[in-house]
Design a protein around this ligand. Sequence first.
Ligand code: SF4
Length: 292
Amino acid sequence: MPRRADAAPFAARLLRWFAAARRDLPWRRTRDPWAIWVSEIMLQQTRVEAVRAPYERFLARFPTPASFAAASDDELLVAWRGLGYYRRARLLRDGARAVVAAHDGAVPADAAALAELPGVGAYTSAAVASIAFGLVAVAVDGNVERVVARHRGVRERVDAAPGRRAVRAQAEAWLDAAQPGDFNQAMMELGATVCAPTSPRCGDCPVAADCVARAEGLAAEFWGRRPPLSTSPRVRRWSSGRRVRSAAASPPANPTPARSSCRGRACWSASTPTASPTSCASASARGCAWAA
Ligand code: SF4
């Protein structure tokens, strides 16, 4: 799946776009590894706009790992208010305490050492290592998974090992070793602002020229990971991620669409969303999600 020959053009286009389009966010104005670490933890499952004020408030109160390591539970709750998921804050404090105990209070400039800290996984360690220290490490979050899966037409689910390996290998092949922090941020930014989950803006995309999903007219169909089926009896969320009326909807006039126009979308000729289109001879060749 990796295409080394495309690495330089992709990274160059991406970084050129990022230099012009990047959002001005507080955590992008610093290389302080503690500040970047805090931002990455706060941004987990939380919108950027909801993080801005708590981030600045938190760092004003706890400017170093040592200051947060000494925080009481009450202080922790006050500092994290508005963000929810308080377990993140407790793990961050555990991580700060580990930095004080094992690294004299300095965030280690080493991705492997970062990954050993409580609450720091592969993504966060790579993000801090690359953005704060300029280390060559690729950070793969959900946004990056989606961009890679769409751009390279990765049809495996990226929450399973083969798909995850394919996405990571491609991201590593693309990574600009001279600017790993900017590259990682640019990939995340592209996924967050252009290659969005439901309505990708391919017309504004800096890497659209060789995007497989766009070329096949399937940009909105590639999620990379398959969302769960909705429990709603009226709406089922199929593997494409699109909300599609099921029981209450009327099928097309021709309930058996031409195979050539199926293009991997859920097939109205199947009786239930879990059925395989066994009669569709071209499903596998077209990478039909139902045939997977
Ligand atoms: S062209 Fe569209 S689908 Fe492809 S990477 Fe860009 S925004 Fe995503």
